[in-house]
Design a protein around this ligand. Structure first.
Ligand SMILES: [Zn+2]
Length: 329
C-alpha cells in the first residue's frame, strides 16, 4: 500500500506535469496549495505602452484577470525608442479592458542620462525639473491620448505613481508608520527588494524621495514600489528577454512571500513601526511589457508569453486572486 504522503506527492507531481503540458484547467481542480484566505497577487507592467502591450492584454483577457500598468507617455509621441506605433491604441485598450493605469514619468528620467539611454546612475538630478516629468507632463500626454476614456475611474495616472528605478512606497494612512519604506536614487536598476530588507533601507535625503513625498502630499498620489521583480537573469546579454525567470520559479517565490509577516524577525528594529503595514497577504509583482515581444532583446513573445500564461494558471490553481493596485487597501 502506498503511504498517504507518497500518494499526495504523486498527485501533486501529476498536477504540475499537466500544468507544464498546458493540459490542466485550474477551473476544475482543487488548489495545489492552500494560500491564506484572500491572498492577492498584483501584476504590474512597467515602461509601456508599446505595441506588445496589446499581446499582454490579450493574455490577461483570456484568463479574465486585471493588472496595473505604469506607463511612460514618451511612447505616445513615437520618441520612446521601442516598437510603439500602436502605443496609443494599447493605452486605450488598457482602460477599455478595465485594467488600471499609473504614472511612471514621461521619459523614465532619460532626460538626465548622459548616455542618451535610461540609466540608474544619473536618474534623478533636480527636484523641481524632474517632478515635472510626472506632473504635469506625463499626466497631460496620457490623458490627451485617452480622450474621453480619461474620465474612467481605472485611469489612475493622477492617482498613483511608481518612480523609475526606485522601490518607494507611500501609502495613504500609513505615512506616519512607514512613510517611505525604501528609496535610493543610486539604487541598482530595479533592485529586487523584499519588504523586510526594503523597510530597513530608508533614505530621506534623495531627490526621488522628495519627488515621491511631493506627489503624495501635494498631488494626493499613492506611491507603489514592488515586492517581487520578475526579470531576466541577465539584463545585459544579446537575448536578455530569453533569460526571464521561469514562471514556476516566480510562483514559488510568491508562495514563499505571501504568508510571511510584514516584518521579518531579523528586522526587529522595524517591527513595531511596520507591523501595521497593509501588505500581509498581498504581493506586488513588477515586470515589463517589453519582455514579452520578439525583438533585439530576444524571442520574448515565443518564450515569455507562454510563461505568463503558465504563471497565471499556476497561481489561479493555487487559489490566488489577481487584483489591481487601486484595490490594494
Ligand atoms: Zn521602469
Amino acid at each position: 500500500m502506498i503511504p498517504t504522503s507518497c500518494a499526495r506527492f504523486g498527485a501533486t507531481k501529476t498536477i504540475i506535469a499537466l500544468i507544464l503540458a498546458g493540459m490542466w484547467s485550474p477551473l476544475v481542480a482543487a488548489p495545489a496549495t492552500e494560500p491564506s484566505s484572500h491572498a492577492r497577487v498584483f501584476l504590474t507592467f512597467d515602461d509601456g505602452p508599446i505595441d506588445v502591450t496589446l499581446n499582454v492584454l490579450e493574455v490577461l483577457r483570456r484568463h479574465h484577470i486585471k493588472a496595473t500598468f505604469f506607463v511612460n507617455g514618451i511612447h505616445l509621441t513615437g520618441q520612446g525608442g521601442e516598437n510603439e506605433t500602436r502605443s496609443a491604441e494599447a493605452l486605450r485598450r488598457i482602460i477599455a479592458d478595465g485594467h488600471v493605469l499609473g504614472d511612471h514619468s514621461f521619459d523614465h528620467m532619460r532626460h538626465n542620462s548622459t548616455t542618451g539611454i535610461a540609466s540608474s546612475v544619473d536618474t534623478y538630478r533636480d527636484m523641481t525639473s524632474d517632478l515635472r516629468y510626472f506632473v504635469p507632463e506625463n499626466r497631460a500626454i496620457v490623458n490627451a491620448a485617452l480622450g474621453e476614456l480619461a474620465a474612467r475611474p481605472n485611469n489612475q495616472v493622477a492617482g498613483m505613481a511608481r518612480l523609475p528605478y526606485t522601490n518607494t512606497w507611500i501609502l495613504p494612512g500609513y505615512q506616519a508608520v512607514c512613510g517611505i519604506c525604501t528609496t535610493d536614487s543610486d539604487a541598482p536598476a530595479h533592485a529586487d527588494q523584499t519588504p523586510a530588507s526594503g523597510l530597513s533601507a530608508t533614505r530621506s535625503d534623495g531627490i526621488a524621495t522628495r519627488i515621491a513625498e511631493t506627489l503624495f502630499h501635494e498631488y494626493g498620489m499613492t506611491i507603489f514600489g514592488w515586492d517581487i521583480h520578475w526579470q531576466p537573469a541577465n539584463w545585459q546579454g544579446p537575448a536578455s528577454s530569453e533569460t526571464l525567470e521561469p514562471a514556476m520559479s516566480l510562483a514559488g517565490r510568491i508562495n514563499a512571500l505571501i504568508d510571511r509577516p510584514p516584518c521579518a524577525s531579523d528586522h526587529t528594529g522595524d517591527s513595531i513601526r511596520c507591523q501595521h503595514l497593509p501588505r500581509f497577504n498581498k504581493v506586488v509583482v513588477l515586470t515589463h511589457d517589453f519582455l514579452f515581444e520578439n525583438s533585439a532583446r530576444g524571442r520574448g513573445a515565443d518564450i515569455n508569453i507562454p510563461q505568463l500564461e503558465q504563471l497565471i494558471r499556476t497561481l489561479q490553481a493555487s487559489g490566488y486572486r489577481f487584483d489591481t493596485l487601486d484595490r490594494y487597501f
